[in-house]
Design a protein around this ligand. Structure first.
Ligand SMILES: [Zn+2]
Length: 289
């Protein structure tokens, strides 16, 4: 049983000055890839779920697979709901068995964000569920739509609002906007590390970086050294897998290929990205249970 508490996992990362990777996973092979590569590197890891993969009856299938993988894992694993927009979505996930959730009210004004994030902690914290919220807004909050977007200056997290937000909402982790964006970058981002330092100076809360895919390594390592302890990755898994699959499809003499065979090379390409990220985040070797 390697399902562990999200808050403690991030606190350990914060104390150890490394980041835990949260990989959004959409199917069984993605779930297996993340957990098995984390095991090979003795790393804690977070399986993330996005709305479209949980629609209707998909939630039950998705969670059953993730839970089985987490329970069999020889490293700590969290199962996290990524980017919930409503309390109803949170409650549905909690009922299924998720142990941590992110409520994203970051596009709302400050007071509204506090109200909605606080509503979630009020409903689920007493059940032992950890809550991540977002202050400031990481641009274009849906995967694949990031093309041409970036987080503008007015969307960045304002350090002087952090302590009040954390205090009034009671959240366990905070996603901050310091220059990353969701999706695929068309030009390299420039992270505002000074802003990150100011945020870190006013609160001990574990800090999360969304839009990790495609962020240049030097900037990512700097952000981790300055306090980021969870990094979200999805788009890079998709681009690696889809690019490899396109090549595999071109090689086929006919289209009646067996899925389990056809996806071997794409799965290997995706696993390589997972390995690289885990090593780069510094969490390898921190997964003893
Ligand atoms: Zn995100």
């Amino acid at each position: 049983m390697a399902l562990v508490n999200f808050k403690e996992m991030l606190q350990d990362a914060s104390n150890g000055k490394y980041a835990v990777g949260m990989f959004d996973v959409s199917d069984l092979e993605m779930i297996r890839a993340v957990v098995e590569e984390a095991e090979a590197l003795r790393s804690p890891v977070i399986l993330g779920a996005l709305g479209p993969d949980l629609e209707g009856v998909r939630l039950d299938y998705w969670f059953a697979m993730a839970k089985l993988a987490a329970e069999k894992a020889a490293v700590p694993v969290c199962i996290h709901l990524d980017h919930a927009n409503t309390l109803e979505q949170v409650q549905r996930a909690v009922k299924a068995g998720f142990s941590s959730v992110m409520l994203d009210a970051s596009a709302s004004p400050f007071e509204e964000n506090i109200r909605r994030s606080g509503e979630v902690t009020g409903a689920v914290s007493k059940l032992g569920i950890s809550v991540e919220a977002e202050l400031g807004h990481v641009g274009n909050g849906w995967v694949g739509s990031g093309e041409g977007s970036e987080s503008g200056p007015d969307m960045l997290t304002e350090p002087d609002k952090v302590a009040e937000f954390v205090e009034r909402t009671g959240v366990d982790a905070l996603a901050v906007s310091i220059g990353t964006a969701h999706g695929v970058y068309v030009k390299a981002p420039k992270l505002d590390i000074e802003r990150l330092d100011m945020i870190k100076a006013v609160s001990d809360i574990p800090l999360v970086l969304h839009g990790g895919s495609g962020t240049p390594e030097d900037q990512m390592s700097c952000a981790i050294a300055h306090g980021i302890c969870k990094v979200n990755i999805y788009s890079e898994l998709l681009t690696a897998w889809n690019t490899a699959m396109l090549e595999e499809l071109k090689k086929l003499p006919h289209m009646a290929a067996w899925p389990a065979v056809l996806r071997k090379v794409p799965d290997a390409a995706m696993r390589e990205v997972i390995r690289q990220k885990i090593k780069f985040f510094g969490s390898a070797g921190h997964g003893n249970i």
